[in-house]
Ligand binder design. Sequence first.
Ligand SMILES: [Cu+2]
Length: 68
Amino acid sequence: MKTTLKIAGMHCNGCSSNLEKMLNRRKGVLSASVSLEDAAAQVEYDETQVDLDGLREVVENCGFDVVE
Ligand SMILES: [Cu+2]
């Protein structure tokens, strides 16, 4: 499963690389890449192990928000 999440609250490369690292650590995430310019995270995940709420939780734990 692939999704693109719009992320609010990232200000620098430190923000985006931290979020990318934390997403990649989440169980069920196969690959995640975060773009500061696009304010977006592209995430490929195994939907049997993590869902959108789980991904949103990672984003919020990093101090950012998912824009609906
Ligand atoms: Cu930052």
